[in-house]
Design a protein around this ligand. Structure first.
Ligand code: PRP
Ligand code: URA
Length: 215
């Protein structure tokens, strides 16, 4: 995992498999079915990295031969929260590694003219103060959606939040870090910039449309 001094909240998952899969994801000719499978696989690989610092505790276990001391993730109150729609594509991949995780949902879309997020749905487990949240969205562009989603989670009581995305723009990383410096951002790539209508360059296009075939 790479860090960069310019963006202290950012972790870039540079694993060769992630980078290989991301390149296929970017390809404009990749069809919806493959796109969906790749988002799922990259999300799973990123979850492996983003859970590397979870606390563990001792756990006694009886093997077929003897009793020994093992380990388990302490607390276990993990919660995945996809930002609708595109974040949905990341849920199953992450859940494969943490099957006991609960799943909340945040509904947000970007207004096409202002690029500001408009929220339409919010549901997370009621014991939010005790939980570790993994907010999921493939794209961190202006950062408006991510910052609003984190603010909603905090209003519900969340204190430990990580943000997992596939592609991030510098502007989005900066905006999220300014609003929520406590949130670590995991991405597969820090891309160059945003274009004049808020799309990430080089990016991968509209993640929701490519995932759900609504282009
Ligand atoms: C996309 C993406 C993020 C948001 C990122 O969603 O999935 O949620 O844009 O942009 P931002 O960082 O500038 O806020 P979109 O609004 O297109 O909605 P959709 O997932 O329903 O297609
Ligand atoms: N949302 C997307 O789906 N893609 C972008 O490049 C920016 C925002």
């Amino acid at each position: 995992m790479d860090t960069t001094p310019a963006y202290p909240t950012l972790r870039i998952v540079s694993h060769p498999l992630v980078q290989h899969k991301l390149t296929i994801l970017r390809d404009r000719t990749t069809p919806t079915k493959i796109f969906k499978e790749l988002v799922d696989e990259i999300a799973m690989l990123m979850a492996y990295e983003a859970t590397a610092d979870l606390a563990i505790e001792d756990a006694p276990v009886e093997t077929p031969l003897e009793r020994t001391m093992g380990h388990r993730v302490a607390g276990k109150k993990l919660t995945l929260v996809p930002i609708l729609r595109a974040g949905l594509g990341m849920v199953e991949g992450v859940a494969r590694l943490v099957p006991a995780a609960r799943v909340g949902h945040i509904g947000l879309y970007r207004d096409h003219d202002t690029l500001e997020p408009v929220d339409y749905y919010f549901k997370v487990p009621s014991d939010a103060t005790e939980r570790d949240f993994f907010l999921l969205d493939p794209m961190l562009a202006t950062g408006g959606s991510a910052a609003a989603a984190v603010a909603s989670l905090k209003r519900a009581g969340a204190t430990r939040i990580r943000f997992l995305c596939l592609v991030a723009a510098p502007q989005g990383v900066e905006r999220l870090a300014e609003a929520h410096p406590d949130v670590t951002v995991y991405c597969a790539s820090l891309d160059r910039e945003l274009n004049e209508v808020g799309y990430i360059l080089p990016g991968l296009g509209d993640a929701g449309d490519r995932l759900f075939g609504t282009r």
